[in-house]
Design a protein around this ligand. Sequence first.
Ligand code: ATP
Length: 227
Amino acid sequence: MAEPVLSLKDVAVFQKENMVLNDISLDVKPGEFVYLIGKTGSGKSSFMKTLYADLPLKQGNGRIVGFNLKTLPEKDIPHLRRKLGIVFQDFKLLPDRNIHNNLLFVLRATGWKDSGKMDTRIEEVLDKVGMKTKGFKFPHELSGGEQQRIAIARALLNDPELILADEPTGNLDPQTSVEVMKVLQEINKTGRTILMATHDYALILKYPSKTLKCDGNKVFEVIQKAG
Ligand SMILES: Nc1ncnc2c1ncn2[C@@H]1O[C@H](COP(=O)(O)OP(=O)(O)OP(=O)(O)O)[C@@H](O)[C@H]1O
């Protein structure tokens, strides 16, 4: 059987010395689409931050896309992040350059050198999110939904094994949320694994999938009833 892309054993999540979550043991397998739900302040973002090593793993054991979170040296964090695609609620595009150059910036920062290959890759990821003609636009010239598609395209640049999306539809209206969700579903269908924090229950109903819940300092799988 394929190795999990994410495997946690007895993990606790901390914000400084405060324990936010504990006793987390779970596996995410290649190709899964997993939701992470929970009330405001229940620890979804802290959980995600631990996975991309923005918060250190101080307790328990965790492996993600082949990296050991417990023993990960600081110098390896960029390598880990290159194998992850991270999407945030607030898009985090660079406002001072157009979309093409936003994506070029990431490719250069992650070691790409050949300008022909970089242009081809940018075209490919923009095409995947239906934004092929928007490379010349600046972020402020795009709608929220379009900016999030670009942020998803940016997350795809280095062909990540796992996409971590922290409330990717949190700033979008319901219709635009569904459009962004369709893009994520398409990406999942091509075999990529996605872990998405959300509190948009309408989306979960429309696109049911494995769901983890943060509640009472724990993370557990919610078993959905059929029908
Ligand atoms: N930078 C920080 N420093 C200290 N405590 C923090 C920090 N960020 C979050 N916390 C605390 O950690 C707990 C979990 O917060 P977190 O942001 O992970 O929750 P969340 O489920 O993502 O919430 P939301 O849905 O509002 O984004 C909260 O009690 C919060 O106050």
